[in-house]
Design a protein. Structure first.
Length: 316
């Protein structure tokens, strides 16, 4: 089922042919007039009900989407998770991570076959970035709604920019929220459950939930079991290694866990020895941000957390 007008129309057709109760949005019950024809059976009655509200979570096997998934599960609502395969070279390990994490997910939109004719020169120029990736994923998942839905988007503290710039800016989120509300029969709203957390903070938050036994219903009975789960997440742009230890994503993951006193041993090479370029970038930019009180690029708390780890583990 997809969240399109044709899906609602098909529900009406089924109602006419079977006489069963159908699930449609309240606003569409007025279409019952399509049955007002001379051929309508005397004993036929149109019966409908509203569908259950659900939460839809895009998952990648990474830390952010895993935290979002568990926040959704704690809501008590129906939750469905989707992985969107766009042919990214690291898709294999993200899907493996989701299996290892025990997340029940469906795979959508394997668009690799649709890449014929794409300009490979520009594709490579974007490096690991897929332009408009979040726009595509969120739009696609909104179409999967089987009732009123809340779509979770794992944007962290400091990633939502004031101006239009990328598909995490305030202006982008405003436009998307507006279009999601008006373009689908089942209403879809956008929620940002971790927007006030950094990577380090979301780990701290999750471990705190475990300590007060908020995760026991999901088989996580203590802090150590929560750590064991989170260390199964994968965030790396390399297509061959599970965690290459060389890319910026690996460094960010390392810094977040290190801040919480968690030592990771799943990198192919030592992170601090092989990400010196990114470390220097963070040291310079974040130090200036704190000095000038300018947090347009990085949030204040992220600067403080990352610099704490970097200054205590200087690159050699």
């Amino acid at each position: 089922m997809q969240n399109k007008l044709s899906t609602i129309a098909l529900e009406f057709m089924k109602a006419g042919l079977t006489g069963d109760i159908v699930s449609i949005p309240e606003a569409y019950k007025e279409y019952v007039e399509v049955f007002d024809v001379p051929e309508k059976p005397d004993n036929w009655e149109f019966m409908y009900r509203n569908r259950q509200e659900e939460i839809i979570v895009p998952v990648s096997g990474g830390l952010d989407s895993t935290i979002c998934y568990y926040i959704a599960k704690m809501s008590g609502k129906s939750v469905r998770a989707f992985y969107v395969d766009m042919g990214q070279e690291y898709a294999w390990k993200e899907k493996d991570a989701l299996v290892n994490l025990g997340i029940d997910f469906s795979v959508l939109a394997d668009v690799r076959s649709d890449r014929t004719g794409w300009n490979e020169r520009f594709s490579k120029a974007w490096k690991h970035i897929l332009p408009a990736r979040n726009f595509y994923i969120l739009s696609l998942l909104a179409e999967q709604a089987e009732g009123p839905a809340t779509l979770y988007f794992g944007v962290l503290d400091g990633e939502i920019k004031e101006r239009l710039g990328g598909d995490k800016s305030k202006e982008f989120l405003r436009m998307l929220t507006h279009d999601l509300a008006r373009m689908h029969p089942f209403p879809v709203t956008l929620e940002l459950p971790i927007q006030y957390l950094t990577k380090a903070s979301e780990i701290e938050y999750f471990l705190g939930l475990a300590e007060v036994h908020k995760l026991e219903e999901f088989g996580i009975n203590n802090k150590q079991e929560a750590i064991d789960l989170l260390t199964k997440t994968v965030t790396c742009f390399d297509g061959t290694a599970k965690q290459c230890g060389r890319c910026q994503a690996c460094l960010r993951r390392y810094l977040a866990f290190e801040y919480n006193g968690i030592k990771l041993d799943d990198f192919d090479v030592p992170v601090m020895e092989n990400t010196k370029e990114f470390q220097m970038k963070y040291l310079d930019a974040m130090t200036l941000a704190l000095r000038d009180n300018d947090f347009s690029q990085y949030s204040k708390i992220r600067c403080e957390q990352d610099l704490h780890v970097l200054k205590n583990n200087p690159c050699k």
